[in-house]
Design a protein around this ligand. Structure first.
Ligand code: C6P
Length: 407
């Protein structure tokens, strides 16, 4: 029996799963790009707009105070979800991308020309380009950890890349292409031993793995709501307090100031120093509802269920002649990237779409990894709590059909 016996009840929470695509029931296997949204999250958005829309942290009036409370309760909810010591370490951003840009831009100001940072070849562009922009500004050196054949990081090379100039490591907790779950605690411990701080791109880990930033001793941890059954346009940067306090603001404007005058301006306390302008208080509250939803099922159960789907799908994919899977790490999150010899991933994706099945094709915003794998792109299927074994069966049948049509 499955670890989630009441899957139909869960599916009923997601109205989009009732829709059809080209006359066929939607099978949504693009959860690594974004997950679908349960009713309770949309209701939280509706409630915020219909009953307490007012700007936060500014008004003495009742609506403003209620909106402020909802936002600050959401911050505490996020802090509890990731076991942060204090909610002042939780900064609302537009998503993982903005969170990493914040670190690169602001912590990056503290770096000197010739300082070194370490990335890995499996990073999403969001964890490469901000550092390249910093390199252009500050003349830092970027070093890159390669992967081994099974899609795990080459930890021997990682250790060897450190020098006395290494200041920062920025690495994904889970790869969005390979599914590899990186040994993040070991990565952090090695960096700390060598005096470097670690920024973790948790975009693909937070929807599946219990994150405990305190136990990990992470310096920065970034993730996005929309991959966690939450609304789009909001995400989190968690930061170590002493680092956040030492860092200059990322953007200037309202909210982030202590006092403004033309002779000089002071900054607000954490976390507001990093939240210039009117924040997305509606989606903050809705993200909190998404975290409640995850906890109502249990992240461990969600992960165990998704692992069942991963194993079930992988075994069947491996039976298809000419199909090559990228990423065979012993610990993977629930996604599979593959190519079929002689067939362009885009063509497979197009045919699957016509059969009602949504997968992602292309480089997945990880072009350096594609170069390392020697492919232009892959097909990627990825699972969430509401997917089923029956959907996997339909997907495999459709894929076999598509392969035979295109061969
Ligand atoms: N990856 C995918 O289909 P944003 O867009 O800021 O919410 O997340 C960016 C991001 C950062 N790091 C990793 C590891 C990611 O996977 C992503 C988003 C999606 O793989 C969209 S490109």
């Amino acid at each position: 029996m499955s670890v989630l016996p009441d899957i139909e009840k869960i599916r009923a929470d997601f109205p989009i799963l009732e829709r059809k695509v080209y006359g066929r029931p939607l099978i949504y296997f693009d959860n690594t790009a974004t997950s679908q949204t349960p009713r309770c999250v949309v209701s939280a958005v509706e409630e915020a707009y219909y009953s307490r829309k007012a700007n936060v942290h500014r008004g003495v009036h009742c609506l403003s105070q209620e909106a402020t409370d909802a936002m600050e309760n959401a911050r505490r909810r996020v802090a509890r979800f990731i076991n942060a010591e204090s909610e002042t370490q939780v900064i609302f951003t537009r998503g993982t991308t903005e969170a990493i840009n914040l670190v690169a831009s602001s912590y990056g100001e503290l770096l000197e020309p010739g300082d070194e940072i370490i990335l890995t070849v499996m990073e999403h562009h969001s964890n490469i380009v901000p550092w390249q922009l910093l390199k252009a500004r500050k003349d830092i050196i970027i070093k890159v950890v390669p992967i081994k054949d099974d899609g795990t990081l080459d930890m021997a090379v990682y250790r060897a890349l450190f020098t006395e100039r290494t200041r920062l490591v920025s690495v994904c907790h889970v790869s969005n292409v390979l599914g590899t779950v990186n040994p993040i605690k070991e990565i952090i411990d090695i960096a700390h031993d060598r005096g470097a701080v670690v920024c973790v791109d948790g975009a693909q880990a937070a929807p599946h793995i219990k994150i405990d930033v305190t136990a990990l001793e992470a310096d920065f941890y970034a993730f996005s709501s929309h991959k966690m059954y939450g609304p789009t346009g909001i995400g989190i940067l968690y930061g170590r307090k002493s680092l956040l306090e030492a860092m200059p603001p990322y953007q200037g404007g309202g909210e982030m100031i202590g006092h403004v005058s033309f002779s000089g301006t002071t900054w607000a306390e954490l976390p507001f120093k990093f939240e210039a302008g009117t924040p997305d208080y509606v989606d903050a509250a809705a993200f909190s509802a998404a975290l409640d939803y995850i906890d109502s099922i249990g992240l461990e159960k969600i992960d165990a269920y998704e692992q069942e789907l991963l194993e079930y799908a992988t075994a069947q994919l491996e039976e298809i002649p000419g199909l090559r899977i990228f990423g065979h790490a012993p610990h993977k999150c629930a996604l599979v990237s593959f190519v079929v010899d002689g067939i362009h991933p885009y063509d497979l994706g197009m045919l699957l779409d016509k059969l009602g099945i949504a997968v992602r094709t292309g480089h997945h915003c990880a072009q350096p990894l594609m170069q390392a794998l020697g492919v232009e792109g892959t097909v990627r299927a990825s699972w969430a709590v509401y997917n089923t074994r029956e959907e996997v069966d339909t997907f495999i049948t459709a894929l076999r059909r598509a392969v035979s049509m295109l061969s």
